[in-house]
Design a protein around this ligand. Sequence first.
Ligand code: SF4
Ligand code: SF4
Length: 423
Amino acid sequence: MDNQANLLAKEVTTTQNRVWVRIAAACNNICIFCLDSEAQDGKLIPEDQVKSEIRKWFKKGLENRVILSGWEASINPKFPEYIGYAKEIWYDRVQTVTNGNMFAIEKFCTKVFDAGLQEVTFSFHGHTPALHDYLVAVPWAFKKSLKWLIYVKKHYPDVIVNIDIVVNKVNVDYLPDIVKFFMRLWVYEYDILQIIPFWRGFSKYKDVLFYNISEHKESLTKTWELSRVSWMYMWTNRFHVEAFEWFEDLIQDPRKIKSEVMGESVDMFEPFILSKGSKKPECFWERCTYCFLQQYCHSYIDTIDSKKLPIWQSELVISGEEFPSQVIKKYGQNVEEFKSYLKKQNKELINIPKCLWGTGKYQKYNDLKEQVSLQDYTEKYVRNLYKKKSLRCRSCKYDNDCEGIHLNFIRTYGFSLLQPIKS
Ligand code: SF4
Ligand code: SF4
């Protein structure tokens, strides 16, 4: 499958109704990169709250998947009961994300799989005890979790087993080896998550864990190449998108930003948006360089009350589309068709860079806003304002002023669409 076919296949999957329900605010690992360690109070989420969440988010007529999570969901004694409850409500798929410690107990496996657990995402951050145990800060964690993985694959062949890996400075150069290690155990689905700068991962371990993508491109590229192996499903999360030149189908769906800012973190982002940027999120400033939301937060502050862009009759605004399939329908199957569409417009093009015959002028939030609200800004950011450039753009004479092109054009046609203009 080529990049575009992969992308369109993923588009179908991301239209499923995916419901995340936390059932425990505690964990039995102490991962040094944990992004919400300080938010754990060691308690279990009350039963009525869990059941109401499971009920509330089910959407009739869609393919529904519930992901029972925690911090570590499996330590909640009612975990098997919640699995059964989700099946009663007719969820098509019940999944969990786990560090696997509990799954080392045979009786526990019998209970949860009999209750209807169909998919288990297992967190492994290394392919050796030294690497994994260091990152999760628990001795023997690797050996125990591996034992479970082998046990489940052997005794429950119908259960889908996949792996998530949090990528950081300690393991980034081993990433292709980690994936290959688990491929030898017949695991062919991976969720590769970039470390994010929250809580103790940043406050205590910033220098140990945070890395610059461009300095580790070789190992990242070798990992993305594994996504081309037959039967492989690879997903990525929260990476800066420049990491995916030639592998654009691996770029995370931009709509994921909606759940990041309007989900559990709504209390942080809503005041920020409603105050027109004056009440900054508490993470604002030093952490932003390492955060995949950097453009979302900073361009809001820069453009909320910017001067409006004058649009004359002669100009044509090329806005982004929500899905790559819509880009293809409107602008052409491939990059050549897209370029010929742009070329034949007898108008000045807004939101299009100069290397694609555009004006290099871009709409700002101030040109589009109907009301200042978290939903309005987020929808418009994702649909129209989420623009990106290639790392190669650094050699272009327009680099300083250019904002690139909407992400869905890059996902659909590839970064190679953008060709630096030398002075
Ligand atoms: S970019 Fe936004 S969410 Fe990320 S660290 Fe900065 S203020 Fe926080
Ligand atoms: S190559 Fe990059 S910097 Fe240059 S015009 Fe195109 S998008 Fe802009």
